[in-house]
Ligand binder design. Sequence first.
Ligand code: GLN
Length: 485
Amino acid sequence: MASIRELHQQLVTKERSAVELAQEALDRIETLEPKLHSFLAVMGEQALTQAKAVDEKIAAGDEIGPLTGIPIAVKDNMCTPGVPTTCASKILQNFVPPYESTVTQKLKDAGAVIVGKTNLDEFAMGSSTENSAYQLTANPWDITRVPGGSSGGSAAAVAGSECPVSLGSDTGGSIRLPASFCGIVGLKPTYGLVSRYGLVAYASSLDQIGPFGRTVEDAAIVLEAIAGYDPKDSTSLNVKIPSYSHLLRPNLRSKGRLRIGIITETFGTGLDPEVDEAVKKAISHLQDLGAEIQTISCPNFRYGLPAYYIIAPSEASANLARYDGVKYGFRAEEGDNLLSMYEKTRAQGFGQEVKRRIMIGTYALSAGYYDAYYLKAQKVRTLIKKDFQKAFAAVDLLVSPTAPTTAFKAGEKTKDPISMYLSDLMTIPVNLAGLPGLSIPCGFDRQGLPIGLQLISDVLREDLLLQVAHTYEQTTSWHLKQPSL
Ligand code: GLN
């Protein structure tokens, strides 16, 4: 599938219309969905209406922005009025939001054409998209394997060329992990850069929306459209948004010497040797491009996972208290009084992993345990933040593998939650510190599965992150390889 820039050019020169682009995406979705199952809802009619409006604008001679007329998919935890927003949960099976999330509004304002809502782990809790109550999404590189999670549908849709770009959300790695498993670019922005208004809350102090694209430029263009201050989100940052896509430079030397730190703690036991090799090659490539490489120790990094699995479930247990069968979606049939209706609704409406998180979170927040678990985890969070602060006093960017392995087989880890949780070992600390992180393809293993390189910058340095990733991409060819479907 062509890049946003190429598609934009085709629209401007009237070589193709927005309706044709939307139809092409819809046709591709129709052909591939029986294999991939990336979408929970396809918005054919709305997409074609939106595209028609774009074509009228073009015909009237109006100037169009880079995203105008570009098909895009959105993870099904972002509210879209008139279209169900299920979070891949049975408890929200009939929920049609009466309001629009800020990100989808911004996409529409930019003229993007939303083609559908994508599959995810229920309430974004998971690393493989296997926790969806509705369907299993396949990895386009090997359909017996998972696409990663929780934004697996959005990643598979882009990797499988069902649409050029998509949105995901990342609480502990849910954009970067599926980007890595599916061989595409995925960016989790600085906490607060993109509004969370209308994003169904999982763990509010960690959640952040970001783009998937086949190239860094595509991701930059989408980020530019969705970032920015929103008075409807109290954690939204009031900062000026640079034109990320215009800042992309072809080389690393344009801004003086770039210092890159390798996070020592992300290499070692548990890391797949082929991932290790590919990531190290990518780092020497960055060195050849002119970066100064050093190793950096983040000693508290290894406590990220346990701290996260206290903080995220605690916040989730509070956020998910609202699903009681009264206000939203599903309600259990039987139940002779209010309490038993609540209990039956939640017992039948939530899946196993969501229940596990609610129980862990409720326990960690209960009187007597709060100090021992929640407070302790928050202190660990501060230590991790300090590790990063120290690191960014010495270097401009940090690198690590995105994930310890390549995509695993469907069913391989579902019985063992801890081994599933370990997939996010390298991405979680970035969320705990509120930093931006990006995953970019940096190779393939012997089975032909993509490997991802994670780049991390200091807060609000998405410009630098994207520039370096772009230079790496333009001097390598990993992003040009596509799965045969
Ligand atoms: N896999 C992690 C979890 O299950 C991260 C999920 C996410 O980023 N949404 O919580």
